[in-house]
Unconditional design. Structure first.
Length: 1088
């Protein structure tokens, strides 16, 4: 049987390959024959590309027509999100594009990156683009970067296409996500003709992108002289600044674009404008080392003494960079050689500290004093010597620098640049205020001996011929071997760090203290152990260094070595009495450190010296647990042989087996099981090793556990099995493995959820199919009353919904919120799911417990496409919920004007009333939905209808302070109820709009009293009207408040409470109606 299946599969593969090749080659006869014989799927794919797309790309119009006649899908995204129409556009197949569109191809679909067919077409020519535009392609559609078609063609320099698109109505100033316009793109890509076209069509020349850069700035950065000329000719602003305060001239100077800078200066750009950080064009030109621009700027009176926010002048910047030519130009234009920055450093001090030795003579010759002293006492020579600028030191000495100068902290050049200054007869035992001696510095510097000094501009080595025997020489001259620096580091420590055995001998011979600690608590022994130098450790131990001293982190020399694995050193330390079971603050012992780093030999050494095998760290983990988690099976075996507890658990309740499973360490799992580990042990939360391995996707580890008979249907404390957990993760391969070993597909956790529900939440179609084929019960409900189908509808997975329906899922059940699967899909706007439901025969007029239909829910949520579809399926527009609302009522109160128009076109009753007597017009009025109000009035809505409290639409609008709606209703001759009393006065001198509205209503009613010139009654500059209510109980006079700029005085009386239209729905409800009646208004007049 297996052979038969295999042969059949092979035959299908061969037929499909033949079919795709025929489509590729344009062999119509073979394509027709295979399709007519029904032996291949018309939507067959090869490497993600369908037969239709292949035919479209190759230009085979006849093949395309055949495929379409046989039902080929025209809108399914394929490789990289491309549709057949996109393939046709990309290859300029005009006739095929026509055909695809006739068969329903969407012209505005997008591929990866948001690219539309029109964007692809415009790269190829106007003819195919014309086809798309003729079929309503969105000319201003944007890709994922926000770029329109016009922006994209401008970037590519397709000027004629750009002009054509503009003629077709493309937005010439459309901006993308970074506010870049088509003009900016044309400038960026140096497209002179495209720039011309855009400017002729009145593109905004000074528009700014997100960084504040204009087209002129972009061209200045790029150095496109021709484009800059065009922009300047068309009036581009040379004074515009970006978000950082940069002008176009600054950009040109920074980029070193001479010609552009000259053009901008000639066009009046300010040569002394300052950026936010204080930089001027001259400063930018200096750091860019562009001498011609520097010269032009100075000729146009650029200020040489302008400073950055840090106080740096142009000369300082040139000095720091070592740009001698620029500095010479600045000095010729009388730049102040002795100017200082905010830290009081001059150009010469900068040159000395940074080793710009060529700059030093120039500055000194221009008047900079060679022995000028900074406020901290530093001279140029001290600065050069401190930073070990050996050549700079030599140059300064040649130019008369004082060798005996001292800083305020006692620093001398002799200490910092000994390699140079020893030749000048410097004193060997000088110290500074930081505690550094020549000896200490010699020990620190020894590391660099015979290596290139990165800071020396001449490539010399540090201390050539001087540092080899320096420590010995200094000690012979009485240098203190125990003086520490500000960090507590002694010469002995520095020598140990650098593994200088000879210096260590010399220091110990001169009574260096082996027990002294630095500020981190490290001794010379700990530092030598960290560096792994056996000979130095031996020397120190033999000189009496204490082996168990710890640093401030609690680490001893042995712990340091156990992190690195040198068993010889560990043995030496243990020989001298190192504590094998000492621990640091977090509980780590030498054994735990060795296990953490997988050091098998070190583990053996420590166990031989009686290390405690079950000692725990601060989170309760033993050495065995650490080894298991990290996958060190050989170490685990050694530990178990030395009696390590196999069932000990950490602070999370994890055993060694659980930790190995969690990390997927299958080799360790086998070792543990061979030593008798409990395979089904659980944490306090009921989690097993199998759950940990499977949830974390460790296939091999899970297989090992299953082969060793781990309980596959074990539940944790929440009743969840391994299968449910893995379904929630969407791991198809792992689910298959668990099912292969007999996992129960219908287990239910504490809230009633099944593995099928977990797979639906994740949206994994393959898992859902697999579970259903394994007889998973499709209509089980969880504690919320939701089925797998409902969960799918909420998430919007139409393909999974179809699968569930095909497997008999019921569409009728309601959840605890009273909603069916179809209703949930309507609420969440999942159109494809709804189509699948209808195709499977679901009733579109079912009711929720609130009496709502799917149409009502979709109308309330504003899902136009869904409403349109439901109406096409003959959904009842007149159905009313328990409050008497229809779909039209709900759409009106939410202001969904498109849906309102659609429902009215389908015959929805415009004057339907709910249980409070409220009409759609009233609902729209009380919520201020002016456009909806006007739409309803055009459909002859009853403007004077009253609710059960006798209020009309205009009164609802006035009560809820929607004066624009009230004015619109008055304009349509709305009458005011004679049963409500209100006194409204309008100040004619300053609130003409309100008076006009009132006057409009007044003129409609007619007035027996005389009127003023402004159309008001005998109140002179006031106007009022009176409405009397017949349910008055008490009188409540509201305070006068200012409304929309007008003074409105209101008095009214409270009435007895009646049922309002406002209500809050339980969780899960799809509508939240806020129906105000006169009650809400009458209870608090001060809100107006």
């Amino acid at each position: 049987m297996a052979d038969e299946v295999s042969e059949r599969d092979k035959d299908e593969l061969m037929k499909r390959a033949e079919f795709l090749q025929a489509c590729r080659d344009g062999n119509e006869e073979i394509v027709r024959q295979l399709l007519d014989d029904n032996v291949v799927d018309v939507n067959s794919k090869s490497e993600g590309v369908s037969a239709l797309s292949v035919a479209c790309a190759r230009g085979h119009i006849r093949i395309t027509e055949v495929l379409l006649q046989h039902g080929a899908e025209v809108n399914t995204p394929e490789k990289e999100g491309l549709t057949p129409l996109m393939f046709a556009c990309r290859e300029r197949r005009v006739d095929i594009a026509h055909s695809l569109i006739r068969h329903g191809a969407h012209v505005n679909m997008t591929k990866d990156g948001g690219v539309t067919p029109l964007m692809l077409a415009c790269d190829k020519g106007k003819k195919i683009a014309e086809v798309l535009l003729h079929n309503n392609a969105n000319i201003d559609a944007r890709d994922s970067k926000g770029d329109t078609v016009l922006a994209r063609v401008c970037l590519k320099g397709l000027s004629s296409m750009a002009e054509w698109l503009i003629e077709k109505g493309a937005d010439i100033d459309a901006t993308n996500n970074k506010k870049k316009t088509p003009l900016m793109y044309a400038c960026k890509s140096k497209q002179r003709i495209a720039v011309d076209v855009l400017l002729q069509k009145n593109a905004k020349i000074d528009a700014k992108n997100a960084k504040g850069n204009t087209a002129l700035m972009i061209s200045s950065i790029k150095g496109f002289t021709t484009v800059v000329k065009i922009l300047l000719k068309q009036g581009a602003s040379v004074s515009a600044i970006n978000n950082d305060g940069m002008t176009a001239l600054m950009h040109a100077c920074e980029a070193g674009n001479n010609d552009v800078a000259s053009l901008l200066i000639e066009s009046g750009s300010d040569v002394n404008a300052k950026r936010n950080n204080g930089y001027t064009p001259l400063l930018f030109a200096c750091i860019a080392n562009v001498s011609p621009i520097v010269k032009i700027l100075l000729e146009h009176h650029a200020n040489t003494e302008s400073k950055t926010n840090e106080g740096k002048t142009a000369l300082m910047l040139a000095t720091l960079k070592g740009f001698v030519d620029v500095a010479q130009i600045l000095l010729r234009y009388r730049a102040d050689v002795n100017a200082v920055n905010h830290k009081r450093y001059s150009a010469l001090m900068h040159a000395s500290g940074t080793g710009q030795s060529d700059m030093i003579p120039l500055l000194i010759q221009s008047g900079a004093p060679v022995n000028a002293t900074h406020e901290n006492g530093f001279t140029p020579l001290l600065s050069a010597s401190y930073y070990n600028r050996t050549h700079a030191v030599q140059v300064l000495l040649e130019n008369g620098a004082d060798i005996e100068a001292k800083s305020t902290k006692g620093r001398t050049p002799r200490i910092n640049a000994l390699s140079v200054l020893l030749q000048e007869g410097a004193y060997k035992n000088a110290t500074n205020n930081l505690g550094e001696t020549a000896l200490l510095l010699a020990c620190k510097t020894r590391l660099k001996y015979n290596k290139k000094d990165k800071q020396a501009e001449n490539g010399s080595t540090v201390g050539p011929g001087c540092l080899g025997d320096m420590a010995a020489v200094l000690l012979e001259h009485g240098a203190d071997a125990n003086t520490a620096d500000m960090h507590g580091s002694t010469p002995l420590m520095e020598a140990c760090i650098r593994k200088q055995k000879g210096i260590v001998y010399s220091l110990l011979k001169n009574n260096a203290d082996v027990e002294k600690k630095n500020k981190a608590g490290d001794t010379a022994l700990i530092l030598a152990s960290r560096e792994g130098c056996y000979s130095l450790i031996t020397i120190l131990l033999e000189k009496g260094a204490r082996v168990n001293v710890t640093n401030s982190q609690g680490y001893s020399a042995l712990m340091t070595v156990c992190s690195q694995g040198d068993t010889e050193i560990a043995g030496k330390l243990l020989e001298f009495g190192a504590s094998v079971n000492a621990s640091v603050v977090d509980g780590l012992t030498p054994l735990l450190l060795a296990c953490t780093n997988g050091l098998k030999a070190m583990v053996s050494v420590l166990l031989e010296h009686k290390a405690k095998v079950d000692a725990k760290d601060s989170i309760g983990r033993t050495a065995l647990m650490v080894a298991c988690f990290r996958g060190y099976d050989e170490i685990a075996d050694i530990l178990l042989d030395h009696g390590a507890s196999i069932e000990a658990d950490d602070s999370n309740g994890f055993t060694p087996l659980m930790l190995a499973s969690h990390a997927g360490q299958s080799n360790v799992i086998l070792v543990l099981l061979q030593h008798g580990a409990n395979i089904d042990a659980t944490t306090d939360d009921g989690v097993t090793s199998l759950m940990l391995a499977s949830v974390n996707g460790h296939m091999t580890a899970t297989s090992v556990l299953l082969q060793q008979k781990a309980k596959i249907n074990a539940r944790d404390a929440k009743g969840v099995t391994a299968l449910s957990k893995v379904c929630a993760k969407g791991n198809e391969e792992m689910v298959g493995l668990l099912l292969e070993y007999g996992a129960n597909v219908n287990t239910r956790d504490c809230v009633g959820s099944t593995p099928l529900m977990a797979a639906c939440v994740h949206g994994c179609k393959i898992l859902v199919k697999e579970l259903l084929e394994r007889k998973s019960e499709v209509d089980i409900k969880n504690s919320n009353g939701s089925t797998a189908l409902m969960i799918t509808c909420q998430a919007g997975y139409d393909d999974i919904a179809s699968i569930l329906l095909e497997h008999g899922a019921s569409v009728e059940p309601l959840n605890k919120g009273g909603y069916s699967s179809l209703m949930l899909a309507c609420k969440n706007g999942h159109f494809a799911v709804i189509k699948a439901f209808v195709q499977h025969g679901a009733s579109i007029n079912t009711l929720s417990i609130d009496g709502q239909t799917p149409l009502m829910i979709a109308a309330y949520e504003g899902n136009y496409k869904i409403v349109e579809f439901l109406l096409q399926q003959k959904s009842d527009t007149e159905a009313q919920d328990k409050d008497g609302d229809t779909a039209l009522s709900l759409a009106c109160q939410r202001g969904h004007v498109g849906i309102v128009q659609l429902l009215l076109q389908e015959g929805a009753t415009v004057n339907v009333k709910n249980s409070n007597g409220t009409t759609p017009l009233m609902l729209a009025s009380m919520r201020g939905k002016k456009t909806v109000v006007e739409t309803l009035l055009k459909k002859n809505a009853d403007i004077d209808a009253r609710d059960i409290n006798g209020l009309t639409a205009v009164e609802h609008a006035w009560n809820t302070k929607h004066l624009d709606v009230a004015k619109s209703l008055f304009a349509h001759n709305a009458s005011v109820s004679p049963t409500v009393e209100k006194h409204i006065s309008c100040d004619s001198s300053s609130h003409k709009d309100d008076i006009d509205m009132c006057g409009l209503h007044r003129s409609q009613r007619g007035d027996e009293e005389g009127q003023t010139d402004s159309g008001l009654t005998g109140y002179q500059d006031k106007w009022s009207f009176t409405i009397v209510h017949n349910h008055l109980k008490t009188v409540h006079v509201g305070k006068a408040k200012n409304v929309a700029g007008g003074n409105i005085n209101i008095s009214h009386r409270k009435r007895s409470k009646t049922k309002t239209d406002s209500e809050s729905l339980q969780e899960g409800s799809c509508k939240r109606k806020h129906r105000e009646t006169s009650q809400d208004f009458l209870e608090d007049s001060t809100d107006i």
